[in-house]
Design a protein around this ligand. Structure first.
Ligand code: HOZ
Length: 428
């Protein structure tokens, strides 16, 4: 029973476009009523009708330690007593920057912002300002937030809603964004050759999470690194999803590939609105006030956001076994879902990396946007709703990754596996 959510959704649509403050929440591609959430604790969400769900969205990634983690909540409460914003520098921002630099490779300087979108948008501006070139290369199905430059063949909500061209993005901006299929190194080489000395940056999700979870093929990221070195292109890792999730040093550490600039969001804020971009001093010193590449924010480095992020990152740094546990849980889920899906004989692909995982109903490998989009997404919708009815909260789109949190128990995972068995027997 979700009567209260239904009522709230109707009411929300009177005052909020589509009833939601971010399109993927609207359940538009899976249909039905989005759940209105009242509270969450640990691995569980509770909706307005008091139904409990095992949460595999984790606020789209940030809640890696589970919801309302005691230490994080306490730190926020204590900071709030000293005001929620100053718009002036604080020692806490230095501690946050020093902590990040101690955890991740190749970051000499880091600038805090308030979202992953801002981080990626600023990194691109910086790459352009630094190189004096205008064009960028991004990959089809990758999503780097909603700044104009990135809304070209984007994943996540843009793919979910099947928006081919985003009105409001000028042709001039769109023309400076070149795209290739993910994992297609030869296409990148060709594009770079055709646009000699015009490419400022290549931006990539080192493990893509906005078309389901898509793994980089061996040699793909290393090949991009080589191209960037040869052609004086700034190599940007969008680690908004992977940063502090795959390892303390994110995908750079886990995959042993260095980027020139890295963008962060999600986990870095411990559930508060935080993003960051950082990298080599040689590039970062072009940012104002050191250089003329302007970037600013009234709430950047906000003390509540900083303390939530700092407390979360410190826990992750001091307890690196969390990453092993998370990966073990995700592999357990993957292997058991695999077993259950196999019994049904329907085609399926489960991609998993660290604590990111997704299911596509496909009879071919899913390693780029084309293969993700050609999967049976009608079946995904049925699977999604059957799981939801059984108390399992999956992303409402096949173009999103699931994110595990560290307080999921074996019982939660077993319930999820059993719910999948029941769901598949109901919908097939
Ligand atoms: N960036 C998130 C993962 N694709 C989605 C969050 C949103 O668009 O609301």
């Amino acid at each position: 029973m979700i009567e209260k959510s239904k009522h709230l959704f109707e009411r929300a649509q009177q005052s909020i476009p589509g009833g939601v403050n971010s399109p993927v929440r609207a359940f538009k591609s899976v249909g039905g009523t989005p759940l209105f959430i009242k509270k969450a604790k640990g691995a569980y969400l509770y909706d307005a009708d008091d139904n409990r769900y095992i949460d595999y969205i984790a606020s789209w990634g940030p809640m890696i330690l589970g919801h309302a983690h005691d230490e994080v909540v306490k730190a926020i409460q204590e900071q709030a007593l000293s005001s929620t914003s100053y718009g002036a520098p604080t020692e806490l921002e230095i501690e946050m920057a020093e902590l990040i630099i101690s955890m991740v490779p190749n970051v000499d300087l880091i600038r805090m912002v308030s979202s992953g979108t801002e981080a990626c948008m600023s990194a691109i501006r910086l790459a352009r300002g630094y190189t004096g070139k205008n064009k960028i290369i991004k990959f089809e199905g990758c999503y780097h937030g909603h700044a104009d430059s990135f809304l070209v063949k984007a994943g996540s909500g843009v793919a979910t809603l099947n928006i081919q061209t985003v009105p409001g993005v000028t042709a001039g901006v769109a023309n400076d964004t070149l795209t290739c299929a993910y994992n297609d190194l030869a296409a990148v080489e060709q594009l770079v050759e055709e646009n000699k000395n015009q490419i400022a940056a290549i931006i990539v999700e080192p493990v893509a999470g906005n078309m389901g979870c898509i793994l980089p093929q061996p040699g793909f990221l290393e090949g991009l690194r080589r191209i960037c070195d040869k052609e004086n292109i700034v190599f940007i890792f969008d680690e908004v999803m992977t940063g502090f999730r795959l390892a303390p040093g994110g995908a750079q550490e886990k995959l042993h590939v260095n980027a020139d600039l890295v963008t962060y969001g999600k986990v870095i804020g411990g559930g508060m609105p935080v993003g960051a971009f950082g990298g080599k001093k040689e590039i970062m010193q072009h940012i104002a006030p050191l250089g003329n590449v302007y970037q600013a924010g009234t709430l950047s480095g906000n003390p509540i956001a900083m303390i939530a992020g700092y407390t979360t990152l410190k826990i992750l740094k001091d307890h690196p076994h969390i990453y092993h546990e998370l990966e073990e849980k995700t592999i357990y889920l993957r292997d058991n879902l695999h077993r259950v899906f196999l019994e049904t004989k329907i085609p399926f692909v489960i991609n998993q990396f660290g604590s990111m995982i997704s299911v596509h109903f496909s009879n071919h490998a899913v390693n780029d946007f084309g293969s993700a989009a050609s999967a049976n997404n009608e079946l995904f919708k049925k699977y999604f709703h059957a799981m939801l009815q059984r108390g399992i909260y999956l992303p409402p789109s096949a173009f999103e990754s699931w994110f595990l949190n560290n307080v999921l128990t074996k019982e939660d995972l077993d319930n999820t596996i059993e719910a999948t068995r029941e769901s598949l027997s109901e919908i097939l």
